[in-house]
Design a protein around this ligand. Structure first.
Ligand SMILES: NC(=O)CC[C@H](N)C(=O)O
Length: 223
């Protein structure tokens, strides 16, 4: 299975995302922000970083990158898309996911190991987890506060579209402790913490990131 990883100017975590795909048994395909072809990929990861320097708003310019025309079209047609941190910001700016990301409530950059609860294991990127499972992966951002109006939050909760919730201290003021959400069909997932940094021994607090990639790839890894 081919998983495209988009590099925007200012992306930071594209290499780790490609490496995570390969470690978990997939073929990682590098995509560039100006590409007008998705090179036959079956799924796409929008990685973390500071695309276009986070100017205007994080993700606001990336949404208009040429490659996003195709990503948005294919995502609407059911292609699995994972947005990690800056990628989640881009998914919200693209209106593939509802809500918006604003500055952390404490107005400082946060970098920590973060406990999460998997609230929805019925997505393309979480099927190797179980509902209610606790995982710990890393978190690092400045604009990580997920906000949405009350009807949108109620709809997300009611439709089982809150995919991840922060456990312990809410690190950024995200409404209802929401760390990640999914679309109506569970093919698109966005979250602020970084699974791609938690896929190999000696790096990160766990190997919990593997589940995201094995879920979409349909792979079983020896532990
Ligand atoms: N690690 C990331 O992707 C974080 C970058 C992101 N633009 C921010 O809010 O800081």
């Amino acid at each position: 299975m081919k998983v495209g990883v988009v590099t925007f100017p200012g992306s930071l975590d594209d290499h780790d995302a490609r490496r995570a795909v390969e470690i978990c048994g997939g073929e990682a395909v590098p995509l560039w922000h100006r590409d007008a072809d998705l090179r036959g990929v079956d799924a796409v990861v929008l990685p973390g970083g500071f695309s276009y320097g986070d100017y205007l708003r994080a993700g606001a310019i990336s949404r208009f990158a040429p490659v996003m025309d195709l990503v948005i079209e294919r995502a609407k047609g059911g292609m699995p898309v994972l947005g990690i941190c800056n990628g989640f910001q881009i998914l919200c700016e693209s209106h593939l996911l509802p809500g918006a990301m604003i500055s952390n409530d404490h107005r400082t950059f946060v970098c920590r190991d973060q406990r999460l609860r998997v609230e929805q294991a019925g997505t393309s990127w979480t099927s190797d987890f179980t509902d209610g499972q606790e995982i710990t992966i890393v978190l690092k951002n400045q604009d990580g506060q997920f906000v949405a109006d009350e009807p949108t939050l109620d709809r997300l909760e009611g439709e089982g579209r809150v995919a991840f919730r922060y456990l312990g201290t809410n690190p950024n003021g995200s409404y209802r402790d929401i760390a990640g959400i999914t679309n109506e069909t569970g093919t698109i997932v966005g979250l602020m913490p970084h699974p791609e940094h938690c896929v190999e021994e000696g790096f990160g607090p766990s190997l919990d990131g593997r589940g995201f990639f094995t879920s979409v790839l349909g792979k079983v890894l020896a532990s």
